[in-house]
Structure formats: C-alpha cells, structure tokens
Ligand binder design. Structure first.
Ligand code: NAD
Length: 269
C-alpha cells in the first residue's frame, strides 16, 4: 500500500515547539514525513525547526529546516521560494503558527492585540497568498490551518487569541469556496484542550511556575475523555485533511477536542 502522503511536499509553518516535548506542529511534521512526505520545516526559531528536521531525518525520512517569520511578507516569499528550490513544488501548506495571549477587552493592550492578529491571522493570509498561485499552476493543493475551540467557546479571558482564531475559521471557509473548482482544498483543525509545551507556557501566569500538575489535572478534568489531547491527536487529523483521502472535504472546521465542544463546562481550563 502506498504511503498516505507519498511524494507530497509539505510546507509546515511552526514546525518547531516552544518547549521540550511534542507540540502540534512538531508532531504534524513527523507524522507527515512518516507518511511519505518531504517536509519543509519552518519556524521563527531555527534551532526548533532544526530539532524537528533532525528527528525526521534521524528516522530515515526527508526534511529540511528553514527559519522564517511567517508574519513578514518578504520572509514568506523567501520561504516559499526556498521550499520550491529544494523540493520543486508545494502540495500541502500546514499553517500551525499561533501564539497564546491572555486578557479581556479592558486589559488587552493595542500592541498585544495587533501582535496576536499579525502572528495568528495575517501570517495565514500571507502564506496562503504566496502558495495558492503555485497550487493553481500545479493543478491543486491542500491547506490545513490550525484554529482553536476558543474561537467559539469562552473558557477564560483571551479576547485577542479567540478573535484571531475566529478569523482563521472565516479565512479557511473563504479560501475553500474560492478555489473549490480548481482542486484546492482549505480546511481547519479546531483543537480543544491539548497538552503541549505552548499551553504550559501560556498557563503559567494562571497557575504559576510550580502549578503545572494542577493545570494538567484541571484541564484533564474538564475534558470529556478525562484527559487532554496530545500533539499526535492533532497531527493525525492533519494527516487526513492533507491527504487525498480527504479530497471531497473542503471548508471543514474539524474539532480535535475529545467531544469538548458538546460539553457544558465552567472553570478556567
Ligand atoms: P508551539 O508554540 O510549541 O509551536 C509553534 C511554533 O511556532 C513555535 O516553535 C514557534 O517558535 C513558532 N512560531 C511562533 N511565531 C512564529 C512566526 N511568526 N513565524 C514562524 N514561526 C513562529 O505550539 P504547537 O503545540 O505546535 O501548537 C500551536 C498551534 O496550536 C497554535 O496555532 C495554537 O493556537 C493551536 N492550538 C493549541 C491548543 C492547545 O491546547 N495546545 C489548543 C487550540 C489550538
């Protein structure tokens, strides 16, 4: 049986992780490579991109590390050119970059708001704008954007983050509809509570540096399954959406949340 992403070139933005362990982007890069893709691992932090690429090549699969700030238009153009120079094409664009930000409408500063919008939304606009012309030339392609359940469920004050993810949902649907007749699909993953280094970092202001066990226990308890998800859960969903198996799935906002969307809950999650 052919590997699910055999000979595909996957451009993964945010392929590193901000801490030790497996974040969503890092797990997705490894999963795509194990499924046969050539993976172009992009991250703001070159060491993080290189770590992911080294894991992949160490397993005998194909990966290249590249440093870029995907909220910068020129850097995005260079990134796409570098991927094409290395692998000749782009078949999959995986937009994982996103930063957390706590705060409500009164305490969120304008600078914080603009940074979150720039990194979480403008980056996806820029990467899609740079890659879609290639997809059109090549006769198709798949985009997977990483959104969040925060777009539609308010667990804690995180106005800028939640609003940015709502915009990711809208961006996804609009791109999906515009190019549906040209073999370009655009879908989003909507993770719920996932146990990743990013969450540990974002939540330390709520739980304190020593409060990680409390944080994990609280988030596990909120999850309908009794445990948070892992980066691998997001990665396997990404694998499906990126693969040709999902050829008739377009404009989908796919929850990866263990059913959390259906639960009435409270608490600071
Ligand atoms: P992560 O923070 O470990 O990895 C993201 C990577 O993106 C980092 O290595 C970081 O250096 C990089 N990055 C940040 N800004 C960048 C920029 N401007 N240009 C290029 N790279 C940049 O996080 P992760 O675990 O891989 O997951 C992140 C995604 O998952 C985000 O979009 C986040 O909103 C989403 N998400 C996470 C959860 C959760 O509970 N963990 C829930 C919902 C959604």
């Amino acid at each position: 049986m052919t590997a699910r992403l055999q000979d595909k070139v996957a451009l993964i933005c945010g392929a590193g992780s901000i801490g030790p362990g497996w974040g969503n982007g890092k797990a997705t890069a490894a999963t795509f490579a194990r499924a046969g893709a050539k993976v172009f691992c992009v991250d703001l932090n070159m060491d993080a991109a290189a770590e992911t690429a080294a894991i992949i090549t160490g397993e005998g699969f194909e990966a290249t590390a590249h440093a870029a700030d995907v909220s910068d238009e020129a850097a995005v153009a260079d990134m796409v050119a570098a991927c094409v120079a290395k692998y000749g094409r782009v078949d999959i664009l995986h937009n994982n970059v996103g930063i957390a930000s706590l705060g409500g409408p009164i305490d969120t500063t304008l600078a914080q708001w603009e940074r979150v919008m720039r990194v979480n939304v403008t980056s996806m606009f820029l990467t899609c704008q740079a890659v879609i012309p290639l997809f059109l030339e090549q006769g198709g392609g798949a985009i997977v954007n990483v959104s969040s359940l925060s777009a539609t469920k308010a667990a804690r004050p995180e106005l800028a983050y939640a609003t940015s993810k709502g915009a990711v949902n809208a961006l996804t649907i609009n791109i999906a509809m515009e190019f549906a007749d040209r073999n370009i699909r655009c879908n989003a993953l909507v993770p719920g509570l996932i146990n990743t280094p990013m969450v540990a970092d974002a939540m330390k202001d709520i739980y304190g540096d020593g409060g990680m066990e409390t944080m994990v226990a609280a988030r596990d308890a909120i999850s309908p399954t009794g445990r948070m998800g892992e980066g691998w859960d997001v990665a396997y969903a990404a694998l499906f959406l990126a693969s040709d198996e999902a050829r008739y799935i377009n404009g989908m906002l796919l929850n990866v949340d263990g059913g959390l969307q259906h639960k009435i809950t409270s608490g600071k999650g």
